[in-house]
Design a protein around this ligand. Structure first.
Ligand SMILES: NC(=O)C1=CN([C@@H]2O[C@H](COP(=O)(O)OP(=O)(O)OC[C@H]3O[C@@H](n4cnc5c(N)ncnc54)[C@H](OP(=O)(O)O)[C@@H]3O)[C@@H](O)[C@H]2O)C=CC1
Ligand SMILES: CC(C)CCC[C@@H](C)[C@H]1CC[C@H]2C3=CC=C4C[C@@H](O)CC[C@]4(C)[C@H]3CC[C@]12C
Length: 469
């Protein structure tokens, strides 16, 4: 069972726009009163409405391109122009789910939930929130991940005895995404009301816009029956389904080609190394923007329930049917670059956390860690202190660790070759997401640390790449 939060459940109906907390975890989505009206309308209504309506079409279109148009967006668009009216478009891109697809989705949701509840893990605390809430978690991510992957391998062997294959899920991917959409939308609606009517902690609130509340969420750390919602949607569901999808696509590629092809195998190994690293470091993930800043709304929850399975899997979905031949030397080089980038990205995340754990009393790259002691205030007025690392990876640029993140994404896309743009779409998306994130994080830290952050910015002036950005 998920451990209970240390802080007592509390009520706070503060308008999310106007919270004065250090990080704006409750108010970050809101606007300062000085924002112009068109911007406010876009930010609070049109933007969220756009994402909530366009994103499901995007993931279905991706599936359609991989499954029905040989990975060619041009061909998929050509076919799109042939559909007659909105109803026909819906039928084409949102295939009516079979019983099997419903069983696969709900069966896996149930499996993941049970696993999360019964698999033991060490208790640990997340960072203190602006209102003083300290979320408590159990560290069982890596165990759940390995059990999940082993279960798929066992299932594959059992099905083989009956001349069946789990890659049937790949063949029904369009339907699976439809079921996931249905579930994710309903779940986000439930979370919206839960955050207003029965919040799990003091970190909740509303803005003046219903659309923004649905998109961004009404609660930062919701729990249902003791289970942390974001741990479940982001880690137990999203990241595990990503790994399962990579494996299913590799099995599909094996069936299509009659052998393991180097290109799809290299891409799969880099993916699985990355995902294993993620679960190894899962406790650290509880200290990132997704958890500290983003509430449990459409963005994070629908994102991890549908966008991760439907969009983050693009290179694998493409390679399942279109894996090109690749020379051994090229494959090994890509593999080496991908694994090195994963190690580098992990080391940067680890370095920052290690220095804080040791209170700066440690070595970074062979010399004493250079730090800025940054104080910040909780909404209660209580003052706390955090260390900002100024040496090591964090002295090169303020988000230098995003560079290896991009490199590894490129490494698992390159095996797709140069016939189509499709395998690179995830990489292109990641450039936008991470660039935007450097601005979001700067704004968040400036608000939290003030002068200390300004001092860090002066010492480390570049956001991601020295002399460039
Ligand atoms: N594939 C994907 O879609 C994405 C992957 N990622 C990956 O997820 C991981 C986490 O990234 P992300 O969530 O963006 O968060 P970061 O790891 O960049 O963490 C940001 C937080 O770290 C703290 N911090 C910032 N600078 C310093 C410093 N110099 N010293 C110590 N602490 C500092 C601040 O939090 P505090 O309040 O504690 O001070 C800041 O808000 C990365 O590996 C990233 O590459 C990230 C985004 C998308
Ligand atoms: C509504 C959609 C258009 C947007 C949804 C975005 C989210 C699904 C993603 C936003 C940030 C992403 C992540 C952040 C950090 C991560 C750590 C990394 O090691 C693994 C990946 C990830 C968990 C990643 C997952 C998707 C997001 C939450």
């Amino acid at each position: 069972m998920e451990l209970r939060s240390r802080k007592q459940k509390g009520k706070d109906t503060t308008n999310g726009n106007k919270n004065a907390g250090y990080s704006g975890s409750s108010g970050e989505a809101g606007l300062s009163t000085g924002a112009s009206l068109p911007f406010k309308i876009f930010h609070e209504y049109l933007g969220p409405l756009f994402f909530c309506s366009v994103c499901p079409w995007t993931t279905q279109f991706i599936w359609y391109t991989a499954a029905k148009a040989d990975g060619s967006f041009l061909e998929a668009f050509r076919q799109l122009t042939r559909v007659e009216g909105f109803g026909d478009a819906i039928r084409t891109f949102f295939p009516f789910p079979s019983l099997l697809s419903v069983a696969v989705v709900f069966g896996y949701l149930f499996f993941a939930l049970i696993l999360h509840i019964i698999v033991p893990g060490k208790r640990f605390e997340g960072p203190v929130s602006p209102k003083g809430h300290v979320p408590v978690y159990k560290d069982n991510g890596l165990r759940c991940y390995f059990i999940t992957l082993l279960s798929l391998l066992a299932l594959t062997l059992v099905l083989k005895k009956f001349d069946m294959t789990p890659s049937i899920v790949y063949d029904r991917w369009g339907e699976v995404l439809c079921v996931l959409n249905f579930f994710a939308y309903s779940f986000c609606a439930l979370l919206f009301f839960k955050g207003i009517l029965a919040p799990s902690s003091i970190e909740h609130g509303r803005t003046s816009s219903f659309m923004l509340d649905f998109f961004w969420g009404t609660e930062l750390y919701p729990r249902i029956k003791g289970v942390d919602v974001k741990v479940f949607t982001n880690c137990r569901f999203g990241m595990n389904v990503w790994a399962l999808a990579v494996m299913l696509c590799t099995i599909k590629s094996y069936e299509v080609q009659g052998q393991f092809v180097l290109s799809s195998t290299v891409s799969a190994i880099i993916h699985l190394a990355y995902l294993t690293k993620f679960f190894w470091w899962e406790a650290g993930y509880m200290r990132t923007i997704d958890i500290m800043l983003d509430r449990a709304g459409f963005y994070i929850c629908w994102g991890c329930l549908v966008w991760v399975p439907g969009f983050y899997t693009i290179p694998s979905l493409y390679l399942a049917k279109n894996a090109p031949q690749m020379e051994l030397a090229k494959g090994l080089l890509i593999l080496a670059v991908g694994l090195a980038a994963i190690a580098l990205n992990y080391d940067a995340d680890r370095q920052k956390q290690h220095v804080r754990k040791e209170n700066g009393d440690c070595q970074v790259w062979g010399s004493k860690a250079q730090v800025i002691r940054a104080s910040y205030k909780l909404e209660s007025g209580e003052t706390r202190e955090n260390l900002l690392l100024v040496s090591g990876w964090w002295g090169i640029a303020r988000h230098f660790h995003y560079v290896p993140e991009l490199m590894l994404a490129l490494a698992w896309s390159l095996p797709g070759g140069s016939r189509h743009i499709m395998p690179y779409v995830y990489f292109l998306w990641l450039i936008l997401l991470l660039t935007h994130r450097t601005f979001r994080d700067d704004a968040k830290c400036m608000k939290k640390y003030g002068d200390a952050w300004a001092k860090y910015k002066k010492a480390v002036p570049y956001k991601m790449l020295p002399y460039i950005f």
